[in-house]
Design a protein around this ligand. Structure first.
Ligand code: GDP
Length: 182
């Protein structure tokens, strides 16, 4: 790159999305990065990551957000997937209890594979399915509190809180990194 155009600082953070199959991980990512939703998406779209840029304090902050692309169906999310991640969205589906029961396992796996402090957000997705809700807001909140993570209920379908969830994680990473630099 031409050094003459290196104005200001740039940051690049890796963020991973984990959680059981079909909780909406791919759709959360495409909603955030491309503002698209796919009602009949297959878990194996094959998207590896998408990059989203944010401006914070006049600095360009890029988030490289990774999607498991269906690996979790075989319980085979590789350690390479987690490597270098500074943030994680740990997702369940508010209409499927089993996906909430899996969260501790995902948190363990994240802990095992990550080599740094990871900014974590517990995400209860498919909030639009209120009529068949199987996990209360309070349960989500209290699990997040006990694990020291952020919490948000989202809907990739109608966009509720999707940008917010990603941006809280990105800002948290930025803040912790810039604190260290100072
Ligand atoms: P992944 O396997 O976790 O990546 O899940 P997908 O993103 O492939 O979504 C699985 C299914 O759930 C698809 O049929 C999506 O259309 C649907 N889905 C994803 N997010 C939402 C949501 O917020 N609300 C509703 N009602 N359906 C969703």
């Amino acid at each position: 790159m031409d050094s003459s155009d290196d104005e200001g600082e740039e940051y690049l953070f890796k963020i991973v999305i984990i959680g059981d199959s079909a909780v909406g991980k791919s759709n959360l990512l495409t909603r955030y990065a491309r503002n698209e939703f796919n009602l009949h998406s297959k878990a194996t779209i094959g998207v590896e990551f998408q990059t989203q840029t944010l401006e914070i304090d006049g600095k360009e902050v890029k988030a490289q957000i990774w999607d498991t692309a269906g690996q979790e169906r075989f319980r085979a999310v590789t350690s390479a997937y987690y490597r270098g991640a500074f943030g994680a969205l740990v997702v369940y589906d508010i209409s499927r209890r089993t996906t909430f029961d899996s969260i501790p396992r995902w948190l363990d796996e994240l802990k095992t594979h990550s080599d740094t402090t990871v900014a974590r957000m517990l995400v209860g997705n498919k909030r639009d399915l209120e009529n068949i809700r199987a996990v209360s807001v309070e349960e989500g909140k209290s699990l997040a509190e006990s694990e020291g993570m952020f919490f948000m209920e989202t809907s990739a379908l109608d966009s509720t809180n999707v940008n917010k969830a990603f941006e809280i994680v990105i800002r948290e990473i930025y803040n912790s990194v810039s604190r260290k630099v100072l």
